[in-house]
Design a binder for this molecule. Structure first.
Ligand SMILES: NC(=O)c1ccc[n+]([C@@H]2O[C@H](COP(=O)([O-])OP(=O)(O)OC[C@H]3O[C@@H](n4cnc5c(N)ncnc54)[C@H](OP(=O)(O)O)[C@@H]3O)[C@@H](O)[C@H]2O)c1
Length: 424
């Protein structure tokens, strides 16, 4: 099996090493001789530690495309440079396997269409929750199950940060937890997309599209990040029997739409137990009401293993995803319409305002509390916290802005809450 490798960084190198390590197994057990025949990188002149007998490196896409491969494995992070290379390969019938979530989110439909026309495989297991073989599993099992909802933790860096923030003995700031994650080697030097929720939103869109076969509109997923979360928010969630987690939630029926945000998860929900850099996916379906999978979300080992699984799967004749249902003339829902219960914490100056007035004010803004409690606040204030009925973000933001302008109110914090089904 001749492999072309695009990208030789953390993941590309990890894949190359795994193929070397597993060569005896592949030959003995699967009767497969696999070798990386060429590597395309950004800068071939860059010095790299490679073993003798390593394949030739090039930074010229035309030279790379000049050879024939059985499968091309891509792990770069680039979209505009590599998309034409992969288009070419798929059009001529070469299987492509990628770990590149930006590419799959932005160009996945187009590449899958080209693959469908030429009969080539296009696979991307490693692009979402790399250590969890979700697509592999859903390709072979539960093929007739209709999934209505995804609730997931898809960004390991954000989960690590919120886990550390919630523990009293750990660093108390987002920045402290982020530099710790970088020191441990799993947060990228530029964590902007992790912290802003953009990374999880991309992965949620890929998952929603793979599960429904329907396109996910650009504005169908609302992304809010973890940058403003404070330790007190994590503690308030615990006081309400919840955990604050970086969630990605999509309703799939009738059209995929959803949100990414730090949100309260009830203690009894399996997602509440997912700590540090782990990822997890909870699916709600018809024949199978609940399916839960958890595992490592990234790292060279799990990502390389997912790429290698995909390479092996290109040898099967099965289609790589559920049959797509074109969404061209459907009215796609937008994220702004997605409702959920909210956790609202309002901190008051002592004696300046009656708690019952706050409850009435919140109800008047169309957000009746289902349950309210008094929590202590730093500096002698009183925090009134509760979980509201379902509402959209727009309604909550309007109420929160009005509350923070009111006399005697020091501040108001709002987080979505993961509720049961029909969370819209
Ligand atoms: N790191 C993880 O744990 C993980 C997990 C799952 C998915 N992923 C995804 O896997 C991809 C790679 O991640 P990484 O951590 O391995 O990144 P990385 O360490 O930065 O490596 C990127 C590699 O791609 C090459 N490259 C970049 N732009 C290119 C271009 N335009 N043309 C050709 N080669 C190009 C680079 O070449 P040079 O060596 O010449 O600079 C480098 O070898 C990303 O899409 C990432 O989102 C990563």
């Amino acid at each position: 099996l001749r492999i072309g490798l695009v990208g030789f960084g953390t993941v590309g190198r990890g894949f190359f090493d795994l193929v070397e390590i597993r060569k005896p197994f592949l030959e003995r057990e699967l009767r497969l001789r696999m070798r990386v025949a060429a590597v395309l990188v950004r800068d071939a002149a860059r010095p790299r530690a490679t073993a003798p007998g390593s394949p030739p490196f090039t930074d010229d896409p035309a030279a790379f495309l000049g050879a024939d491969y059985d499968v091309v494995v891509e792990a770069t992070g680039s979209v505009d440079d590599v998309a034409p290379v992969l288009r070419d390969l798929l059009a001529r019938g070469t299987a492509v396997v990628t770990a590149n979530k930006a590419l799959v989110a932005e160009r996945g439909s187009e590449l899958a269409r080209i693959a469908g026309q030429s009969g080539a495989s296009f696979r991307y297991e490693a692009s979402v929750a790399a250590g969890i073989p979700l697509f592999q599993m859903l390709e072979r099992s539960l093929r007739t199950t209709r999934f209505r909802r995804i609730a997931a933790i898809l960004n390991g860096t954000s989960n690590f940060v919120l886990t550390r923030l919630a523990r009293a003995e750990d660093p108390s700031s987002i920045d402290g937890a982020l530099s710790e994650a970088r020191g441990l080697g799993f947060a990228e030097p530029d964590s902007g997309d992790d912290v802003s929720g953009a990374d999880a939103a991309r992965k949620l869109a890929i998952l929603a599209r793979a599960l429904t076969g329907r396109e996910v509109a650009g504005d169908a997923i609302e992304a809010a990040g973890i940058a403003d979360v404070r330790r007190e928010d994590c503690a308030a969630a615990v006081a309400f029997g919840h955990r604050l987690k970086p969630l990605a939630v999509a309703e799939l029926d009738p059209e995929p739409r959803g949100w990414v945000a730090p949100a309260l998860v009830p203690e009894g929900h399996p997602l509440a137990t997912i700590e540090l850099e782990a990822n997890a996916i909870h699916l709600t379906g018809d024949t199978v009401p609940e399916l839960f999978v958890a595992g490592p979300g990234a790292g060279p080992g799990p990502t390389a293993a997912a790429l290698l699984d995909d390479v092996l799967s290109t040898l099967d004749s099965r289609p790589a995803s559920r049959a797509p249902a074109p969404a061209a003339d459907r009215g796609l829902g937008t994220a702004g319409e997605v409702g959920s219960p909210w956790f609202l914490a309002v901190t008051l100056d002592p004696g300046a305002v009656e708690p019952r007035d706050v409850v009435e004010f919140v109800a008047g803004a169309g957000l009746p509390f289902a349950e309210v409690r008094r929590l202590g606040a730093a500096g002698g204030g009183l925090t009134l916290a509760g979980i509201t009925e379902r509402a959209t973000r727009a309604r909550v933001e309007a109420a929160r802005a009005a509350l923070t302008r009111a006399r005697g109110v020091r501040g108001a914090r709002a987080f979505r809450v993961l509720a049961g089904e029909g969370n819209r």
